[in-house]
Design a binder for this molecule. Structure first.
Ligand code: SER
Length: 876
């Protein structure tokens, strides 16, 4: 049974039994406490928690899921995956344990035709009810009770949770030991997890209470089910992954199943190729934090393993192509965004190629160091650095080390890796760890947003959080986070910065510095008490800083118009990759392959301003996602959209899904100027623009700058500036040339003069001179020229010195015949350098020395003839 058929049969089985088929949600979850969507239930979390009424009592999905827990194990085994498809059925307060088990049993045994003799079930240790239900289908010896670790499911962060019951398939004696899942999880493979979702967990994954209703959440790993039904040895050999593995074979010219080390790399290419395609298609871009970092690490690991297999050409492109071909039917967004995915992956690959080359240099240095010291162990720290900074896969370092006869300190490396994993886990918990905030937000529920219509509103203070604690009151000077029941403050989102303003109560005033989205739809106002005292529960007047908001609204409308202009003038590919909408200022990142010429920038500016001048109305309305899409609304896919979306439409030409705040008519933006354009990675460009009065201020500043330059150049009219400046530069060049010629002549005369003053020491012409004020460069130049000059007399040496402030500098040169006799410049300078309190070094024919005792210079120079005589004596 092909993967697509398993998926289809699962969904239609549940659809026929009253479940609504709901599309997969994005891998980027709406839930801020999660890094990536890790289960089918994630999009339904508000229904389980009772925060929102479910629009249907039963649902079924094939959900794109991603788990980072075992990311380092991918490739090393034939089992672990990061990305997988989870098939699930859900009941929101509808059927419960019995219904879930009956449905699962019917689908598995009848729908998929699995032999009941091969099935096992596990239940939570105290769940007699579930055990009894299973006993109507299975003999009791194949019903196993297990503890919290195995049979109590939670999201890993605060949220809904509950006891679960898992279904296992016995793959037969050739896959391991007899005795059920407790004994061997390779032979007994878990295929389906039924969660009896009835509890709520806190951030420490302790049960904190009951959910309002009893629900069902199940998850079946599609790849695993395919493995079972196709009798494949591993997920990699199912029709869902085998073709991608084959592409990895083609790209690398290696065969799977020949050599264990090669298999690791091939599996990584296939698995990561598939997973990264899905991540990028859902709007994740490589970066150094959060999910962007997960993506970057995976792309780099792929490239690193490809290099290890000896591949020199691009590897990401063919893997992306194959993934889209294979899974584009089930996930059409892959097809829509293929060009973008290819571009992002190729840019990272190219960028990383350079890093890899630098890492190789580091590796060689380190390996040489170890070998010179007579060692045979390549240090764990160095291997970790190569991994962490240069993205070297561990296997790559091991292989390179082996070629040099070294072994990597695996233990040291592993220890550092573990430390890093712990840091990553801590970071992933980041949001959930803000327990006080999470709990207060949960208790209060979502904050009502009033800020589209008004800037001031009466509200009640629901909670005050100071650091890690909820507090009853806060006094002057204290920094707090405030939750209100309703607010006119816009919380940062969609690139637009959060509002600032004030919140007043009878007893005190708060200055709001920033507003950000909090857990569970709550709005968090970050504030400081400016005067008096404020208390939780007090009524308050919330007032947004109107000027700042107006300047931000101008930027936001300006951003949409610029976006429209870019797509119109550059093409559809110029889609938004990120933006910042701040008061009077905007930054816009988009996909494009080359720098924008000056002409093009002017054209963009001209077109955008012409549009603004039309003074078209800006209209916002709520509608269904489907309707918005049918209107051609541009969805920025790094965001997740619920069923209802907000559309911002400008003058019938620009339609975007957007939750931000805008001006009423484009004329309010008045003016937009582009102030910079730059590359921010291959295929990605960033422009920055100013709007309204901020744009005008910039124009004024530029004009002043030009006037100042004109004045400095003595040009009466700024029009003359370019010509004047060009002439001035040409004149400077000319004068520099003349100056150099004069210096050359002078130096020649100087060399002649110094050479004429040479004395004879045992047949060698020796020049010794104190040249106050000359720097090292000048002394070196003179010493070299003297050497050339003295070469004609066959035997010659020069020692020049100068003292300047706290330092003396010495330079010596020797002609070739002296060097051949073993009389070298460093030897000649050795004693003199000591006299000035330092040391000398350099090449045999030219040495430089110096020290911190300038007073010793006369003595140092005076001693040179004797030193030379002694060296000559010794060389005989
Ligand atoms: N949420 C459960 C799991 O992920 C069942 O879907 O295993």
């Amino acid at each position: 049974m092909e993967g697509r058929e398993i998926r289809g049969r699962f969904l239609s089985f549940f659809q026929e039994r009253g479940h609504t088929v709901v599309p997969s949600s994005s891998l980027v979850p709406a839930d801020p406490s999660l890094l990536l969507t890790n289960a089918g239930m994630v999009q339904f979390k508000p229904y389980f928690l009772g925060e929102q009424a479910p629009p249907y009592p039963r649902a079924t999905t094939a959900q794109k899921s991603f788990r980072t827990t075992d990311i380092d194990l991918v490739g090393l085994t034939d089992r672990h995956l990061t990305f997988f498809e989870m098939l699930g059925n859900f009941s929101f307060g509808d059927y419960f344990k019995e219904g879930a088990v009956d449905l699962a049993w019917e689908l598995i045994t009848e729908g998929f035709g699995l032999d009941a003799e091969r099935l096992w079930a596990t239940v939570y240790e105290t769940d007699d009810e579930a055990a009894e239900i299973w006993a109507t289908k299975l003999p009791r010896e194949r019903i196993v009770r297990r503890g919290k670790k195995d049979n109590f499911w939670s999201m890993g962060v605060a949220g809904p949770c509950g006891p679960c019951s898992e279904i296992y398939v016995d793959r037969g004696p050739e896959h391991g030991r007899e005795g059920g899942p407790e004994v061997d999880e390779d032979r007994y493979l878990e295929i389906w997890n039924l969660v009896f979702m009835q509890n709520e967990c806190d951030a420490n994954i302790e049960v904190a209470g009951d959910l309002p209703k009893k629900n069902i959440d199940t998850g079946m790993g599609l790849e695993r089910m395919a493995l079972v039904l196709q009798g494949a040895g591993s997920s990699f050999e199912t029709d869902l992954m085998r073709p991608i593995l084959e592409t990895a074979e083609e790209v690398s010219g290696q065969r799977y199943g020949k050599e264990p080390g090669t298999d690791v790399s091939l599996r990584i290419l296939a698995e990561h190729g598939r997973a990264t395609t899905f991540l990028i298609a859902d709007g994740v871009l490589p970066s150094n934090e959060g999910r962007g970092y997960v993506l970057r690490r995976m792309l780099r690991r792929m490239v690193s393993h490809a290099r290890r297999l000896g591949v020199d050409r691009q590897v990401t492109a063919p893997l992306v192509e194959r993934t889209v071909e294979l899974l584009g039917d089930a996930y059409p967004e892959l097809v829509d965004r293929k060009a973008f995915v290819l571009q992002v992956a190729a840019a990272e690959e190219e960028h990383f190629g350079a890093t890899l080359r630098q890492g190789l240099v580091r590796f060689k240095e380190e390996a040489a160091r170890v070998r010179e010291g007579g060692g045979s162990t390549f240090p764990g720290e160095a291997a970790f650095l190569l991994h962490d900074t240069y993205g070297f896969a561990r296997e790559l370092t091991e292989e390179l080390a082996r070629e040099q006869g070294l072994e990597v300190d695996a233990e040291g490396f592993e220890r550092l890796m573990e430390e890093q994993r712990e840091r990553a886990r801590a970071a992933a918990r980041g949001v959930a760890d803000r327990r006080a905030l999470v709990e207060a937000a949960r208790e209060g529920g979502p904050t009502e947003f009033l800020g589209y219509e008004r800037l001031e509103a009466e509200a009640a203070i629901r909670a005050l959080i100071a650091g890690e604690r909820a507090v009853g009151s806060a006094t002057e000077g204290q920094a707090v986070e405030i939750l209100l029941d309703r607010t006119p403050f816009y919380a940062e989102g969609g690139g637009q910065i959060g509002d600032a303003g004030t919140i007043r109560t009878d007893s005190g005033v708060l200055e709001v510095e920033d507003t950000v989205p909090g857990p569970g739809g709550a709005t968090v106002h970050r504030a400081r008490v400016r005067a008096g005292e404020v208390r939780a529960g007090q009524p308050a007047e919330a007032a947004v800083d109107a000027d700042r908001r107006a300047a931000t609204a101008r930027s936001h409308t300006g951003t949409h118009v610029v976006h429209w202009t870019l797509r119109t003038l550059l093409g559809e590919h110029a889609r938004q990759a990120g933006s910042l909408v701040a008061p009077g200022r905007l930054r816009f990142d988009f996909n494009h392959f080359e720098a924008l010429s000056r002409d093009l920038l002017e054209e963009i500016e001209g077109t955008a301003n012409a549009r603004l001048a039309e003074d078209a109305p800006v209209r916002a309305y709520e509608t269904t996602f489907e309707f918005a899409r049918s209107q051609g609304a541009i969805a920025l896919f790094e965001e997740t959209y619920g069923d209802m979306v907000r559309v911002v439409e400008i003058g019938g030409y620009s339609t975007e899904l957007c939750g931000g705040t805008h001006v009423a008519r484009t004329g309010e933006v008045a003016l937009a100027v582009l102030v910079s354009e730059a590359s921010i990675g291959a295929g990605l460009r960033r422009i920055e623009a100013l709007v309204g009065p901020d744009a005008l201020r910039w124009v004024h500043a530029e004009r002043r700058l030009l006037e100042d330059v004109a004045e400095a150049l003595g040009a009466g009219d700024p029009q003359q500036v370019p010509d004047r400046a060009r002439r001035a530069v040409a004149r400077i060049k000319e004068l520099e040339g003349e100056l150099q010629a004069i210096r050359r002549r002078e130096r020649g005369a100087r060399v002649e003069e110094l050479a004429a003053g040479a004395r004879d020491v045992a047949g060698v012409a020796l020049v010794v001179a104190d040249l106050p004020g000359e720097d090292t460069g000048a002394l070196r130049e003179l010493a070299l020229q003297l050497r050339g000059r003295l070469e004609g007399r066959r035997h010659g040496a020069a020692v020049l010195g100068s003292a300047d402030g706290g330092r003396a500098t010495l330079v010596a040169s020797c002609t070739k015949d002296l060097v051949d006799r073993g009389v070298t410049a460093p030897l000649l300078l050795e004693v003199a350098a000591r006299d000035v309190g330092g040391r000398a070094g350099g090449k045999p024919h030219l040495a430089i020395g110096g020290g911190g005792k300038p007073a010793g210079l006369p003595r140092a120079l005076a001693g040179v003839p004797d030193r030379l005589a002694a060296l000559l004596e010794g060389s005989r």
